[in-house]
Design a protein around this ligand. Structure first.
Ligand code: PMP
Length: 455
């Protein structure tokens, strides 16, 4: 016998009833579960704004998990596409039936990707896309090892978590055949005083030595985020990424670029890897902005040689919901709308204002020691008053940063917070005036951080 209140329509439970159910039954993912009781109960959203059950308004300041790129007011085009797909054919299993939407979305993605990335499959999340890509790289190459970087996040499933560098000290399950390298982050060996070209050369020599030590013929792929996002929006020098591509070519290693966070316009280009002209991946994975989170969907695209190989060999990864027709319809409509409204062009047009606001935050708030910003993708680095640089992987959540986080909510910003970085990545549809409004709120919250840190 279930509680008769379950037969009531949504939006009829009181806030109290919702909070009680949350306290007793809801679990969280990456934080201890009691954190759930502090989350605002969001009742509705529109454009770049979210509203909670206490009547508060928030700017969606990190596009949730950097994924609600097209904002919160779905167009008629997207709604109609989803409704039509639900009406005509809500589901067939991709292993036993083909659909027009799958053919069309695969070909559209291939057209949007440069180079010879021709083959596509559609899992439901970024983690699964990386899971599938890692499996395919191993099967294609016949090699077991995957090399990835410490400053990275690739997902929460077995292989994607094993490739992840962030949280490694908390969650690593000890999967075999995952090798970690240090990526070239903006402060890599900066203390040594060498210029950037020298530092890049050192980083590439270290990487190559590591690969030789591991036996290059045992390495299937190098997995890299084009711009490590969760780790702090770490753009890398062009020469470094060119060097990584060259090492891959030299040793027959596949270059797998993870575009889960950067893909679909975040950086002011369709793909984050376009930050490095001429550096083309063999495998691309992406998710989030693909459907702008209207439905859970990701993709893996592989180059022509891999596509040919898999004509006769199973890629070896699958799930019931891969190629879900409703999710693909949402993605297809979102992408065609992005193209007709030139959303990427819009990001380029507001990016200078966004950059200037980020620079200004670092200039006027002593609690901010540095920043990076590209397109509508930015991170501020939190300083410490004694001048000591907290190590980037230091546990930086303290009473002071908790107070700051509270201040962001009190000032009407809802976003991810991963100290020692403050991520800022609003929906890509945001206007310059709204960016200004967001940063007005950001400054008020940063003043709390300045004070709490004792500046
Ligand atoms: N790769 C990157 C670069 C990501 O940022 C994320 C999610 N933050 C993932 C993979 C995993 O995606 P998902 O959470 O959809 O599984």
């Amino acid at each position: 016998q279930v509680d008769p209140r379950h037969f009531q329509p949504l939006n009829t439970w009181t806030t109290e009833e919702i909070k009680n159910a949350v306290a007793s039954h809801v679990m969280t993912t990456w934080s201890p579960c009691k954190a759930k009781n502090d989350l605002p109960i969001i009742t509705h959203s529109s454009h770049i704004y979210l509203y909670d059950s206490d009547g508060n308004e928030y700017i969606d300041w990190t596009s949730q998990a950097v994924c609600t790129n097209s904002g919160h007011s779905l167009s008629q085009h997207v709604k109609t596409a989803i409704n039509d797909q639900v009406d005509n054919l809500h589901f067939v299993y991709g292993g036993i039936a083909m659909t027009e939407i799958r053919a069309r979305l695969s070909s559209l993605i291939s057209e949007l990707l440069p180079g010879d990335l021709v083959g596509c499959l559609f899992p439901s999340s970024g983690s699964e896309a990386n899971e599938a890509a890692i499996t395919m790289a191993r099967r294609y190459s016949g090699r077991p090892k995957i090399l990835s970087f410490y400053r990275s996040y690739h997902g929460g499933t077995k292989n994607s978590l094993s490739a992840t560098g962030d949280f490694r000290r908390h969650y690593q399950q000890g999967s075999a055949d995952f090798v970690k390298a240090f990526n070239f982050t903006p402060n890599f060996f900066e203390h040594a005083g060498a210029d950037e070209d020298e530092r890049v050369r050192s980083a590439l020599l270290m990487l190559e030595e590591q690969i030789i030590s591991e036996n290059p013929e045992s390495i299937a792929s190098i997995v890299v985020e084009s711009i490590p996002g969760s780790a702090g929006v770490l753009t890398m020098p062009l020469a470094y990424m060119q060097g990584v591509r060259a090492i891959c070519d030299k040793y027959g290693i596949l270059l797998h670029i993870d575009e889960v966070m950067c893909g679909f316009g975040r950086t002011g280009e369709m793909w984050g890897f376009q930050t490095y002209p001429g550096v083309l991946p063999d495998i691309v994975t992406s998710a989030k902005g693909l459907s702008s989170s209207v439905a859970p969907i990701s993709f893996v695209a592989v180059n022509e040689r891999m596509m040919e190989f898999f004509e006769d060999n199973a890629p070896g990864w699958g799930s019931t919901f891969q190629g879900h027709p409703v999710a693909m319809a949402a993605a297809y409509a979102n992408l065609t709308e992005m193209l007709t409204t030139n959303l990427v062009g819009h990001v380029q047009s507001v990016a200078p204002a966004f950059y200037e606001h980020m620079r200004h935050c670092a200039e006027v708030h002593p609690s901010i020691k540095g920043f990076r910003a590209l397109g509508l993708y930015g991170a501020l680095d939190i300083a410490t008053p004694d001048g000591e640089q907290p190590h980037e992987v230091h546990e930086a959540r303290t009473a002071a940063t908790n107070k700051y986080f509270e201040a962001t909510r009190q000032n009407g910003l809802l976003g991810l917070f991963r100290p020692p970085h403050i991520h800022i990545a609003p929906p890509l549809i945001i206007s310059e005036e709204e960016i200004q409004e967001g940063f007005d709120r950001q400054h008020r919250a940063l003043s709390v951080l300045d004070e709490e840190l004792g500046f």
